[in-house]
Unconditional design. Structure first.
Length: 616
């Protein structure tokens, strides 16, 4: 019996506690949005609620405290999940939990106040739910679910807002490969970590003070990953916030900068280089890594040269599996040129360049060249206006150009460049270019298609009236013909067999229509402008009563037309209608029973039906 009473008492206490939690006044929290709070007495309690829309991480941060506080997390039934304390003014408290989808409560109350009558704080709860991303700081991004998606090889700058702030980013690789993460431009000690798609930490690095750079370099499987940047609290004494920059290069789509060849930090993002051609680029920081790739067409000697280094760099030659074959160094104040020379088997290879022994610099430039078995010449763009073919080829080699079985021309490459004179070729023609070196060895062929750079002729256009519902004419076969009035497109049609017809809505008289053609290569013709002809007949005018005493005939009709008055074949008078469509025609007095004929003509010469009136 005692046990039953005790159990009932416990149920009653829990029921009362939950009743107090759920029925007391509470504030709803938005994900990632800080709120300011105040306790006005030791016994007061502030309660908040939030609802997650999915299972996931909930990150609760309490800071900017002016007294000691306790923060408690409850589930929807009033059961305590976890708690923490900010045990003195200025201290922070964090709760970081993985929770199921549902409703939750946060309670803020005083903690061991002694002589304290009031305290303020800031509370932020980030949870799975809708939120609005700040385009500058990327907040909220405290959890895996709110992690901001990042592009491969793109720099991102952001800010850690306090000692308990946590910034999370996410990316997905499209295949197995390297992940190269750099953290720099830090203004305080920060830790950066790499997690897999299940939230398991793979590795981490710590920047212990402002200015320290860190790198994470890992080989990973295809999948989803997270990057977390947070303060290294041990070295945040007197620090309230910090800024940083980071970049993650991973297997995925990239946007190549052809001046620096970035993104090229990994084997998967390596930039392909041509044999015997110099490439100038730069290291953007002391932790930047530049990777290039090439493929030999046969076994042979490969020589890699690095020079014009403005500070210091290490160069490494790796095989297709990423295994290092050889290394060398180049410095501005020492060995200015680094050379790696190896006899290699036919296959794919990588060149890796990394900064070395920098002192007081933030970037550097360099130049590299790879010489390897690859004799295929390069070819500049050829258009249907071109009279030469140019490009790069092995010095002293003979370069040939063919269109089918017809030889277009030949030239000897001098100083690595060639120019072949040709007659103009039709757009779409495929031209084959290859070389034969001094030993009679023929290279692979480069196929270049002749580009269409000839604009189509300006299309012809048949007359268009204010009754027309089509525009028709002639244009280059298969070109697209466009018709516009101002910025409004009326229609588009394809000129099949050199003729086109497009449907349009009726247009106002005197509107100006512009018509042009665009061929399949995107070349635009000249523009044909034409005015919409007025073919609309005015309505017959109204005429007021005319008597034998009348010297002015009045009435109404289409504004700005001309009114004519006739007595049989004799013109009695004429006048212009005003902007209100009214007219006044001065006449001589007419005899009784005379019948007058009145009609209108517009500016285009369209004549209205006649109105006949009797003189009274």
């Amino acid at each position: 019996m005692k046990r039953i009473i005790g159990a009932l008492f416990l149920v009653l206490v829990l029921s009362c506690s939950f009743s107090e939690l759920t029925h007391a006044q509470e504030s709803n929290l938005s994900s990632g949005v800080p709120v300011q709070g105040v306790l006005n007495s030791e016994g007061s309690i502030n309660k908040y609620s939030f609802t997650t829309t999915a299972d996931g991480e909930v990150y609760i941060g309490l800071d900017k405290t002016t007294a000691s506080f306790s923060v408690v997390l409850y589930d929807a039934y009033g059961n305590e999940i976890t708690s923490n304390e900010a045990s003195y003014a200025g201290e922070t408290a964090v709760l970081d939990e993985k929770l199921k989808k549902g409703k939750y409560y946060v309670e803020i109350k005083s903690y061991r106040w002694d002589g304290v009558s009031k305290g303020t704080y800031q509370l932020k709860v980030t949870y799975p739910g809708s939120f609005k991303r700040d385009a500058t700081t990327f907040e909220p991004n405290d959890t895996f679910e709110t992690g901001m998606g990042i592009s491969s090889g793109t720099y991102y700058k952001s800010k850690i807002e306090n000692v308990i702030d946590k910034d999370t980013y996410q990316f997905s690789t499209n295949k197995d490969g390297e992940v190269y993460l750099t953290l720099d431009q830090v203004t305080a000690g920060l830790e950066v970590s790499l997690y897999d798609g299940n939230g398991n930490e793979i590795t981490s690095e710590t920047s212990w003070s402002a200015g320290e750079n860190r790198v994470i370099h890992e080989k990973v499987k295809k999948g989803k990953y997270y990057v977390v940047v947070k303060p290294e609290s041990y070295v945040w004494d007197g620090i309230t916030s910090a800024t940083y920059r980071f970049k993650v290069t991973y297997p995925g789509s990239i946007k190549r900068d052809l001046s620096t060849y970035e993104t090229n930090d990994t084997f998967e993002t390596a930039y392909s280089i041509i044999s015997n051609q110099y490439y100038k680029s730069k290291h953007e920081s002391e932790i930047d890594r530049d990777v290039y790739q090439f493929t030999t067409i046969k076994d042979g000697k490969v020589t890699i040269t690095l020079d014009q280094v403005s500070e210091g760099a290490e160069i490494a030659l790796c095989d297709g599996n990423g295994n290092e074959i050889g290394t060398d160094y180049a410095f501005n104040d020492g060995d200015k040129t680094a050379v790696i020379s190896e006899s290699l088997k036919k296959g794919k290879y990588y060149i890796v360049l990394e900064p070395e022994s920098w002192d007081g610099v933030t970037s550097q430039t360099y130049r590299i060249k790879a010489s390897y078995p690859d004799k295929t010449p390069t070819v500049s763009s050829i258009t249907d206006h071109s009279t030469t073919i140019t490009g790069n080829a092995e010095t002293n080699a003979k370069v040939y150009a063919y269109a089918g079985s017809k030889q277009l021309g030949t030239a000897t490459s001098k100083n690595g460049k060639y120019t072949i004179k040709i007659s103009k070729q039709k757009a779409g023609t495929s031209i084959q270019i290859y070389l034969i070196d001094s030993k009679g060895i023929k290279s692979g062929s480069k196929i270049a298609k002749v580009l269409d750079k000839t604009a189509p002729k300006t299309p012809t256009v048949n007359a268009v009236t204010d009754h027309s519902t089509t525009i028709a004419g002639n244009a280059e076969i298969n070109a697209k013909v466009y018709a516009w009035i101002g910025s409004k497109k009326l229609g588009v049609a394809t000129a099949k067999s050199g003729k086109y017809s497009m449907k349009i809505s009726k247009q106002k008289a005197n509107s100006v229509i512009k018509v042009y053609a665009v061929d399949s290569a995107g070349n635009k013709s000249g523009t044909k402008s034409l005015k919409v002809l007025d073919k609309t007949v005015p309505s017959a005018p109204s005429v007021n009563k005319v008597t034998t005493k009348t010297t002015t005939i009045t009435g109404k009709g289409e504004k700005y037309t001309t009114v004519y008055v006739y007595n049989k074949s004799k013109k009695v008078g004429t006048a212009k209608l005003d902007k209100k469509g009214q007219y006044k025609v001065k006449i001589k007095k007419q005899k009784k029973n005379v019948r007058l004929t009145i009609y209108l003509k517009d500016a285009a010469g369209n004549k209205s039906k006649s109105k006949t009136v009797k003189v009274y």
